[in-house]
Write a protein of this length. Structure first.
Lengths: 239, 456
């Protein structure tokens, strides 16, 4: 569903943000990208959403090159950002309706909104609440609700658990499991090794633009992912 | 990579073939109409969202309340001013044995006072070659001399233009800060649709309350028994409103452009205020000062001194018996006429140069166009002064005795303010074109900047 091949990005100031990175994410898979700040995790998402062009290589979603056919590619993807702000003066329903319309979903009924709110674990009455009164956890859930209304086969999440309290983060992981069950291909960037271990089917470890390792679930299911992460980082350093 | 690229090509071909087989003829048209419909829906959503966001925002509420109060207050104050000016005119109306040129104030001065006080002063032909100017029509409020006349023109030019920039300064950079721009553009939406939608939605929510306030103000003026608003004046008022919309669109587009060139709304605000001050105050004032440096023009006192010198010189010659009384009068008249003609030429050159320099500012261009349109501008002042000089010549030729004294009844002075056609042909159209050019320039620049805008 998401294919990244030899993806390289060098910024105008000469910084190499991505260095020949390749991997793919299948439907029903959660792929977590781990790495320090500046490792190139968000740059990957930016290229997938056509916010920046790659220097070389390609990134495709559902077979569409994100740089050559960005509008086609974006039909098949939703994005959940680190800090879902949305429009504070709008109610949840107005926010949902607006972003659903941008995604090409028109004529949604009350039932559709109620269903999606229930799915993400928000009370139906929250539909009438203004976003400025939402907690961060609630806003994050609404971000997922927006992604669900679009119902694309792929979802990109940029540090979605950052700043969430433990309960909200736990509920968020539950949402991810449900999305995986629905066959979504999920690319999630995170610093949170603990939660990546709980939810990821595979993890990619990035360091200074390079993908230094990809580990499958069976590799870290009974091991300490943090140790693996540190080991890979040190190996990359010496290499 | 090859697989991915191949799959992309295969999918595209498949889509085309699939539609092509079923609807071989309508294939292309259907696909494109579907795209257009999708884009229209998105555009409508963005416009609606912008209008709602603005309606809910405190910034918008404050600006709407402020502009509404100002528009109503301005129209009311200027209406009272006009009523008093009209009374003043009725008092000053000349009798048949007075050679006085005076015109009534135009009801349109309620909206754009311009030079109406100058225009409505009285010009009395006192002797065959002399004109005595009456004081300005200080009909109303001497405080207007200390402060700027609070007419609608001033409100639009200064306050509403600032409001337009305050409306637009964070339209893109503000959305970037809160992350909604990224979220919007993560959908299959073209950037041009977003920027056009934002412009339409934002400008509509800004201009609509102002338009309604002006409409009610105009109805109040039109229904007043004192004000004689002819259909032609209403047409001019309509053009004034249209002109104001074009002018405010410039500042809205400029705010949008600044928003597209910055990444923080605080930076946008500072730059917007600076640019606004430059365009509304600095360039018009500096332009006038610069023009004064380039064109030498005598002061009124210097002109009077020269006149006195002419009079003394000719009187001395009369005393010496070189010329007779009639010749002295003719020579004084002729030299005074030359003096005035020279002064008028220099003054016209100064005005032209000043106008050309200040046209870099939309505020100045808007002022020239609007005041001319309302009959209170430089164009009508120029025409009136020419008409007064012609009137003086007429009186001198037809109603003066051999000693130059005025005798008998005088032809009444008549003057028609410029028609729309005249205004447009004498610089009006080029001023309008400049305003539209600014509109296009700033919007296209904002559009181009947004296409390259880094949403990260």
């Amino acid at each position: 569903m998401i294919e990244i091949y030899e993806l390289t990005k060098r910024y105008e100031d000469g910084v190499l943000a991505l260095d020949h990175v390749s991997y793919s994410i299948e439907p029903g898979e959660i792929f977590c990208l781990l790495g320090a700040n500046g490792a190139g995790k968000t740059t990957t998402i930016n290229i997938l959403l056509d916010f920046i062009p790659p220097t070389s290589g390609s990134a495709t979603i559902n077979g569409y090159d994100c740089n050559k056919f960005p509008l086609e590619a974006k039909k098949y993807v939703s994005y959940v950002s680190e800090n879902v702000q949305l429009y504070g003066m709008f109610t949840a329903r107005q926010n949902l309706a607006f972003f659903a319309e941008l995604a090409g979903k028109t004529g949604l009924k009350k039932k559709d909104y109620d269903d999606v709110m229930r799915t993400v674990g928000l009370p139906e009455k929250a539909l009438r609440m203004r976003l400025k009164n939402f907690s961060k956890g609630m806003r994050q859930k609404l971000g997922i609700a927006i992604a669900l209304l679009k119902d694309p086969p792929a979802i990109l999440m940029d540090e979605p658990t950052s700043g969430l309290d433990p309960t909200s983060a736990h509920e968020f992981l539950e949402q991810l499991r449900r999305l995986r069950e629905r066959g979504k291909a999920i690319l999630m960037t995170t610093h949170d090794i603990f939660r990546a271990k709980i939810i990821a089917d595979r993890v990619g470890i990035m360091k200074q633009g390079r993908l230094v390792a990809i580990r499958k679930r069976q590799d870290f299911k009974h091991a300490d992912l943090e140790e693996i992460y540190m080991y890979e980082m040190q190996t990359a350093e010496t290499a | 990579m090859n697989d991915a690229a191949a799959s992309c090509v295969v999918r595209k071909n498949f889509d085309k073939e699939e539609y092509g087989v079923i609807f071989p003829v309508l294939n292309h048209r259907m696909l494109s109409s579907k795209k257009v419909l999708g884009r229209k829906t998105m555009l409508k959503s963005i416009i609606r969202k912008e209008v709602l966001i603005n309606l809910f925002s405190y910034k918008c509420s404050i600006i709407i309340i402020l502009s509404t109060i100002l528009v109503f207050a301005s129209i009311f104050v200027m209406y009272r001013d006009y009523c008093l000016a009209l009374e003043n005119y009725k008092i000053l109306q000349p009798k048949s044995n007075e050679a006085i040129a005076i015109i009534p104030p135009t009801p349109l001065s309620i909206f754009a006072k311009g030079l109406d006080e100058n225009l409505c002063r009285s010009y009395e032909v006192v002797s065959a070659g002399q004109i005595r100017m009456g004081s300005k029509q200080q009909s109303v409020n001497n405080l207007f001399r200390l402060f700027t006349t609070p007419d609608l023109l001033y409100i639009v030019k200064v306050i509403m233009s600032l409001c337009a920039m305050l409306f637009a300064f964070d339209i893109v950079s503000g959305e970037k800060e809160v992350g909604t721009l990224r979220l919007s553009l993560s959908n299959n939406m073209k950037r041009p649709v977003l920027i056009v939608g934002k412009w339409i939605g934002g400008f509509t929510s800004f201009i609509l309350p102002f338009f309604i306030a002006v409409l009610f103000g105009s109805i109040f003026v039109t229904l007043s028994p004192i004000v004689d608003m002819s259909p032609y004046n209403l047409l001019k008022l309509g053009l004034f409103v249209l002109n104001s919309v074009i002018y405010l669109a410039i500042f809205f587009s400029l705010g949008l452009l600044i928003s597209c060139l910055t990444h923080q709304s605080s930076s946008s605000l500072v730059i917007s205020l600076f640019v606004w001050a430059m365009l509304v105050f600095l360039i018009p004032n500096l332009g006038n000062i610069l023009a004064r440096q380039l064109v030498e023009i005598p002061t009124v006192q210097q002109l009077e001194d020269k006149r006195s010198q002419i009079w003394i010189r000719e009187t001395v010659e009369l005393g010496k018996g070189i010329i007779d009384f009639k010749t002295r009068q003719e020579r004084i008249n002729s030299q005074n006429d030359k003096l005035i003609a020279d002064y008028r030429n220099r003054f016209d050159r100064l005005v032209r140069l000043s106008q050309n320099i200040t046209r870099f500012s939309p505020a100045a261009t808007y002022t020239y166009l609007t005041t001319n349109l309302m009959g209170t501008g430089i164009l009508d002042e120029h025409r009136l002064k020419r008409a007064v000089l012609q009137y003086k010549d007429l009186i001198r030729d037809n109603s003066s005795d051999s000693d130059g004294n005025l005798v008998g009844n005088f032809t009444p002075f008549s003057f028609q303010r410029s028609s729309i056609k005249e205004i447009l042909s004498v610089g009006g159209l080029s001023n309008l074109a400049i305003l539209i050019f600014f509109d296009i320039l700033f919007f296209v620049s904002a559009y181009a900047a947004f296409l390259r805008y880094d949403v990260r």
